[in-house]
Ligand binder design. Sequence first.
Ligand code: NAD
Ligand code: IPM
Ligand code: MN
Length: 369
Amino acid sequence: MNKRVAVLPGDGIGAEITIEAVELLETVGKQFGAEFEFNYGDIGGNAVDVHGTPLPDATVELCRASDAVLLGAVGGPKWDNEPRERRPETGLLGIRKALQVFANLRPIKVFPELSAASPLKPEVVDGVDFVIVRELTGGLYFGEPKERRNGPDGPEVVDTLRYSEKEIERILRVGFELAQKRGGRLTSVDKANVLESSRMWREIAQRLSSEYADVELSHLLVDNCAMQIVKSPGQFDVVVTENLFGDILSDESAVVTGSLGMLPSASLGANGVGLYEPVHGTAPDIAGKGLANPMATFLSTAMMLRHSFGMDEAADAVEQAVSDVITEGMRTADLAGPGESYLSTREISEQIKNNVKRREPIGSKNTVR
Ligand code: NAD
Ligand code: IPM
Ligand code: MN
C-alpha cells in the first residue's frame, strides 16, 4: 500500500530543502521497495498570501488523511508585522496542535568529522549524542489569555503558561521510555526555583521515577542547563523539558553539532500521523541562493522512515548516506571552514541521493544480486 506523505514546503529555504527531501524519499522508495505518494499543502506565509490564512482547512485535512507529514519551515520578514492570526508561525503551531503531536524529539548527534565545524573545542563535542524531548502542544505557546489589553497603567500584555498534570505526565513518560531504550539517564529541565508549573513538573517527574527504576533521573534548572550544554554536552542522554525551554535549548545545542542545518526533528502523538521537520527556520539571509544545508531535513526523513513507517533499514541508509558525504569531506556553506570549498544545496543532495542508490538494501528480500 502507498505510504501517503503530506508535503508542506512553507517559506524561504523550506521549499528548497523539501524538494530535495522528496527526491531522496523517492530514491529510498525505489531502493527499498516502498511506494510513497506525495501530496502538497500550503502553510505559513505563502498560505497567507494565497488563502488569507497561514493554515487553510485543506492543509489540516490533507495531513490528517496522510501517514506522515514532511514540513520545511515557515515565516519571514514579509509577514513579521501581520496580526497573530495571519502570522506564518501561527500556522505551524496550528498544525502541531491539530495533529496532537505533543512529543518533539530533537536528536543532537555530532558527526566525528564535523567536530571542527563547531566553535566549541573538539574534545568538548566529540562523541556527543543526546536527545531533547520537547513538549510541543502546551505551555506559553498556547495558554490563554494571550493578548494585549488595557490595564491600570495603560496598555499591557499577557501570555499564559498553562499545563495540565496529564500533559506533563505524558511528555515525561516519553522521556523516561526513551531513556530506557538509550543510556538510561533522564535530565528533566525546569525552572522550579521560580515557576509553579516547573514545581509541578518536578513533582510528577519524581513520582514517575519509581515506575522507571532502570532510569536515573536528575533535575536541572534551565539556566544551568543552557550553560552545561556548551560546557560539557557529553553528560546528557535524554533531556526532557517544556515547550519554550526546549525551543531555546535545541537551537543552542545545534552549536555542538556544527550547524543548525544539521538538526532534525520528529513530532509524535499517542498514535496517528507524525510530523517531521528540521529544527531550523526559513533562513531569510540565505534563501534562494542554493546555500541551505538540506541535511537536517534529510535526517528528519530518516526519522519518518523509522517512526512512521517502521523502515529501520531505509532510515539507517539515509543516515549513512549523510554521514558518508561528510566523511568524504563534502560540506555545505554553513559547515565549511574559512577558505574551504562547499557544495550547493542541489549538489550535496545529489551526492547523498547517489549514496542511497549505491547502497545494497540490507536484508532486502527482493534485491537482485
Ligand atoms: P533560522 O533558523 O531561520 O536561521 C538562523 C541562522 O541559521 C541563520 O543565519 C540561517 O542562515 C542559519 N540556518 C538555518 N537553517 C540553515 C540551513 N538549513 N542551512 C544553512 N544555514 C541555516 O532562524 P531565524 O533567522 O531566527 O528565523 C527566520 C524565520 O524562520 C522566522 O520567521 C522564524 O519565525 C522562522 N522559523 C521557523 C521555524 C519552523 O518553521 N520550524 C523554525 C525556526 C524559525
Ligand atoms: C521551532 C520554531 C518554532 C517554535 C516557531 C517558528 C514557531 O522556532 O520549531 O523550533 O518556536 O516552535
Ligand atoms: Mn526554534
